[in-house]
Design a protein. Structure first.
Lengths: 123, 501
C-alpha cells in the first residue's frame, strides 16, 4: 500500500491539491480566495495530466491539451476578477454573504419607500 | 452519399457564428447593424441545418457522418459528427434563438445601455457557436473548451444589465459553473489516462474492452459520477439548481430566455452524448448511473414545482418551472433506453421552444404593468397586451401538458417510453404529480392576467407591442402548435437519430 503511494506521488499530490482547490472554491466566502481556489484546482488537474498523460505514440497531445487548458483558466480567472471588481464597486465588500445582506437591506428600504409613496397617494 | 456542401455544414455553421462574434465589435453601432447581423447569421444557420437534415434523411443507407477538420489524422485532428438528431437540434436551437432575439428586441433596448448592445450581440453569437459546437463535436476536449466559452458568455449576459443584483447573481452562477467545469476537466484527464483517446467513438471501444475485462471498474465509475455531477450543475438539475432563479430574476428577458431555453439544453445534450456515445447504455446500466439520474430527475420534477409554488416574482416562478422541466428530461435519460433518450431529446426541443416564448410573453406582460414583476401586479394585463397574454397562456398550458400544446407531446412520449420498463409506476406517478403541481401555479397566474383590474392606474399607459414582437409571438405560437399536433414524424426522426448517435 505504502509502496504504491510512494510510486504514485505525482497523483497523490494532484489529488490533494485539487481537493484543496475545490474546497476553497466552494467554502470560502471571500471572492479572491475562491478564485485562488479555482486556480489551484485547475493546476492540479494539469499536474495529473502531465504525470499520467504520457503517451509513447503521440507525445505532443497532452502538452497541447494543457496549453489550451491554461488559456481557458486564464480567461475564466480574468472574467471572475472583473465580476468581483464590479461587486466591490457596488457593495464595497469582497464577501459574498455581506453583499447578499446589503442587497436585501437595500431592497427592503426600496420596498418601504414604495409603500410609503402608495400610502401618500391613497391618503 | 450526401453531397459535399451538406457534408461541410456542421463546420460552416459553427464557424459562421464564431466569425460573426469576432467581427461584430468592428461594425458601426448605428441602425441596429450588430443586432441585424446576429439575426441574419442565426437565420442562415437555421436554413443550413434544415438543408443538412433534408440531405441526411434522403441520403439512403448511412444516416450520420464524421467530419475531420482539416483532414488531420486522429490524435492531432479534431472531429465533428452529424446525424439527424444533431441537425434537428441545431435547427430548433437556431429557430428558438432567432425568435427570442426578435421578440425581446425592445425590452433589450430598454434594459441595456446603447454602448453595450454591440458587445451583447458578441455574447449571443458566442453562445450560439458554443451550443452548435457542443451539439456537433465528437472530441471531448473540444467540448470542454466550448463549455467554458458558454460559461463565460452566459455569465456575461446575466451581468450585462446594470443593476445591483446582477453582479451577485452572475458571480454565484460563475462559481457554480466553475465547480462543474473543474469536475469535467478532471474526468477528461482520467478518461484520457484510461482509454488513450479523446474522440468519443474511440473512447467507447476502449471502455468496452475495459468493462468486459472487468478491469478499472472503480476509476470508470468515479469518472462517470464526476462528469454527471459536473454537467448536472451546469444544466441545473435539482439539488444543484439554486443559482438558476437568481440568474433569472435579475437579468434582462433575452438573457433569461437564452439561459433556460438554450444554454442548459446544450449541456444536457452533451451529457446524453457522453452516456450514449462514450460509455454506452449497457455500461451506464452496469455502473448503476441510470438509477441515480432517474431518482434525481423525479426529485427535480417534484421539488422544482414545489419551489415555484412559493414564488411571487413571475420570472423566478418560470425559472423554478425550468428546473422541473429539466427533471423531465433527466427522467427520460434515466430510463436508459433508446425510446427514453428519444423522448428526452423531444422534450429538449419542446422546452427550448416553449420556455423562451413564456419568458418573452411574461416580459411583455410585466411591461404592460409598468415594469413590475410581482404576480399581483400583472392583474388584467392580458387586455393591454393581447399577444403577450396569448403567448403566456399557450406556454402555461404547454407546461401543464394540455393536449394540442407542445408539452403534451413530450409528456406523452415520456410516458410511452416508460411503459416497458420496470420503473413505470414511479415515472407515471411523478409525471402525474408534477403535472398537477404545474397546474397549481400556472392556472392562478393565467387567472390573474385574465381578471379585469378595476383600480388600474389609468394615468400609466404602456407602449403597445411592436410589430416585431407580434410576428415573433405568432411564430412561437405556430411552433408550439406544430410540436403539439404533429410531433410523431419528429419523434420518429429523433429515434432514427438516436440509433446512429
Amino acid at each position: 500500500m505504502l509502496e504504491k503511494l510512494i510510486l504514485n506521488h505525482y497523483e497523490i499530490a494532484a489529488v490533494i491539491l485539487s481537493g484543496i482547490g475545490l474546497m476553497n472554491l466552494l467554502l470560502q466566502r471571500n471572492l479572491i480566495r475562491k478564485i485562488i481556489g479555482l486556480n489551484i484546482m485547475n493546476t492540479a488537474v494539469y499536474l495529473l495530466f502531465a504525470a499520467k498523460g504520457y503517451n509513447a505514440e503521440y507525445p505532443p497531445v497532452p502538452a497541447g491539451l494543457i496549453l489550451t487548458g491554461i488559456v481557458v483558466t486564464v480567461s475564466v480567472t480574468t472574467f471572475a476578477l472583473a465580476l468581483t471588481l464590479k461587486l466591490y464597486e457596488t457593495y464595497g465588500t469582497l464577501n459574498i454573504d455581506e453583499a447578499l445582506m446589503k442587497m436585501t437591506l437595500q431592497q427592503e428600504e426600496l420596498e418601504a419607500k414604495i409603500e410609503a409613496q402608495e400610502e401618500e397617494l391613497i391618503s | 452519399m450526401i453531397d459535399s456542401f451538406a457534408f461541410n455544414i456542421p463546420f460552416i455553421s459553427i464557424f459562421l457564428a464564431m466569425i460573426a462574434a469576432i467581427i461584430t465589435p468592428l461594425l458601426p453601432k448605428q441602425n441596429r447593424i450588430p443586432e441585424n447581423l446576429s439575426c441574419c447569421v442565426i437565420g442562415i444557420i437555421g436554413i443550413l441545418s434544415a438543408y443538412l437534415l433534408y440531405a441526411l434523411t434522403n441520403s439512403g443507407q448511412s444516416l450520420s457522418f464524421n467530419f475531420k477538420i482539416g483532414n488531420f489524422p486522429v490524435p492531432y485532428g479534431n472531429e465533428l459528427k452529424a446525424g439527424p438528431l444533431e441537425a434537428v437540434l441545431s435547427l430548433f436551437f437556431s429557430l428558438s434563438m432567432l425568435l427570442s432575439l426578435t421578440g425581446n428586441f425592445s425590452s433589450t433596448e430598454e434594459d441595456i445601455a446603447p454602448n453595450r448592445r454591440q458587445l451583447f450581440c458578441v455574447l449571443v453569437n458566442l453562445i450560439m457557436s458554443s451550443l452548435l459546437a457542443m451539439t456537433y463535436t465528437n472530441d471531448i476536449f473540444t467540448a470542454y473548451v466550448f463549455i467554458e466559452i458558454s460559461t463565460i458568455a452566459a455569465c456575461s449576459i446575466v451581468a450585462v444589465k446594470e443593476s445591483p443584483e446582477t453582479a451577485r447573481a452572475a458571480l454565484r452562477y460563475l462559481v457554480m459553473s466553475l465547480v462543474g467545469s473543474g469536475l469535467i476537466l478532471i474526468v477528461i484527464c482520467l478518461l484520457y489516462n484510461l482509454t488513450g483517446h479523446l474522440i468519443m467513438q474511440n473512447m467507447h471501444i476502449a471502455i468496452q474492452v475495459l468493462v468486459s475485462a472487468k478491469s478499472y471498474i472503480m476509476p470508470l465509475t468515479v469518472s462517470l459520477a464526476l462528469i454527471t455531477t459536473g454537467l448536472a450543475v451546469k444544466s441545473a438539475l435539482y439539488p444543484f439548481s439554486f443559482w438558476l432563479p437568481d440568474a433569472h430574476g435579475s437579468s434582462t428577458n433575452l438573457s433569461s430566455a437564452i439561459l433556460s431555453g438554450l444554454v442548459l439544453k446544450g449541456h444536457i445534450f452533451l451529457l446524453i452524448k457522453i452516456f450514449y456515445r462514450v460509455f454506452g447504455l449497457d455500461v451506464i446500466h452496469a455502473l448503476r448511473m441510470d438509477t441515480v439520474i432517474f431518482i434525481l430527475g423525479l426529485l427535480a420534477m417534484i421539488m422544482g414545482s414545489v419551489h415555484a409554488l412559493r414564488q411571487t416574482n413571475v420570472k423566478r416562478m418560470i425559472a423554478w418551472s425550468s428546473v422541473a422541466q429539466v427533471g423531465y428530461i433527466f427522467l427520460g435519460v434515466g430510463l436508459n433506453t433508446t425510446a427514453g433518450i428519444a423522448a428526452a431529446c423531444l422534450h429538449i426541443i419542446v422546452h427550448a421552444c416553449v420556455k423562451p416564448m413564456l419568458i418573452t410573453a411574461a416580459g411583455g406582460l410585466s411591461n404592460a404593468a409598468g415594469h413590475k414583476k410581482g404576480l399581483h401586479a400583472l392583474m388584467g394585463t392580458f387586455y393591454s397586451n393581447v399577444w403577450a397574454g396569448l403567448g403566456f397562456m399557450a406556454g402555461a398550458f404547454s407546461m401543464m401538458g394540455i393536449p394540442a400544446f407542445a408539452g403534451f407531446a413530450s409528456k406523452l412520449s415520456l410516458t410511452m417510453a416508460s411503459f416497458d420498463h420496470p420503473v413505470i409506476v414511479w415515472s407515471l406517478a411523478a409525471l402525474a404529480a408534477s403535472s398537477v403541481l404545474n397546474a397549481l401555479y400556472y392556472v392562478p397566474a393565467v387567472i390573474v392576467i385574465l381578471t379585469h383590474n378595476k383600480n388600474m392606474n389609468n394615468n400609466f399607459s404602456a407602449p403597445p407591442p411592436t410589430r416585431l414582437y407580434k410576428i415573433s409571438m405568432t411564430c412561437f405560437l405556430a411552433l408550439n402548435f406544430y410540436l403539439g399536433l404533429f410531433c410523431m414524424p419528429l419523434l420518429r426522426l429523433i429515434t432514427r437519430g438516436v440509433n446512429v448517435l
